[in-house]
Design a protein around this ligand. Structure first.
Ligand code: 5GP
Length: 185
């Protein structure tokens, strides 16, 4: 994912508290060429699994999830705020508060083999909420794919300890002194 690394180094901006802003090409304005290549890479990594549904969480996970779902010809479902649903609580890294995340039981069933796709992996709270929803529904998790992982915030360790396969397209090793250090992979 050289294109992703190039954009992070060129256009990413870091802020206090280990936050990386990628608003110009992922979170606010999107680059469809980059999003397509992100989808292609998730397909390459997860094509050999028995995935039959892509799952994400609104809002920034929707773009990479829909690209991946389109390329794999699979339905895409996203966790959101709706009534009559399974629900869980997630602590928002960026807003520093808990919020309720829900998904209709109509769209997450024991027949589903789910690939979860999202923009960032930080401490893993969003991913743990998704895992909770998947467990409540009886669906199975094939793996989790993130566009950007911040390795220094430990989300991978927590997920891997729960037996989750984690694939990240760019891994940020360090953001201190506003210097973006991306792992070679
Ligand atoms: P986690 O739940 O793993 O702690 O954080 C992941 C969620 O928080 C992602 O869905 C993403 O929206 C947001 N997030 C975490 N770290 C960053 C960051 O450095 N930059 C941006 N733009 N979003 C982040």
């Amino acid at each position: 994912m050289q294109l992703l690394k190039k954009r992070i180094l060129q256009d990413g901006k870091c802020y206090e508290g280990g936050i990386l802003k990628v608003d110009g090409f992922i979170n606010h304005q999107m680059d469809p060429v980059l999003m397509k290549s992100i989808g292609v890479e998730f397909v390459r990594r997860f094509a050999a699994t028995n995935v039959n549904k892509i799952m994400t969480i609104e809002a920034s996970g929707i773009a990479p999830a829909i690209m991946t779902g389109y390329l794999m010809d699979l339905p895409v479902v996203f966790a959101k705020t709706i009534q009559n649903a399974l629900s869980t609580t997630v602590h928002s890294f960026t807003k520093d508060r808990d919020y309720e995340v829900v998904i209709s039981a109509d769209f997450l069933t024991p027949n589903d083999n789910v690939l979860f796709v999202d923009d960032f992996l930080a401490y893993g709270n969003a991913a743990l909420g998704i895992l909770d929803l998947i467990e409540q529904s009886g669906a199975k998790l094939v793996g989790m794919g993130f566009i950007i992982e911040k390795a220094f915030q430990n989300g991978r360790k927590i997920l891997e300890e729960k037996g989750v396969r984690v694939e990240s397209l760019a891994i940020i090793e360090d953001l201190s002194n506003c210097c973006i250090k991306i792992k070679d992979q």
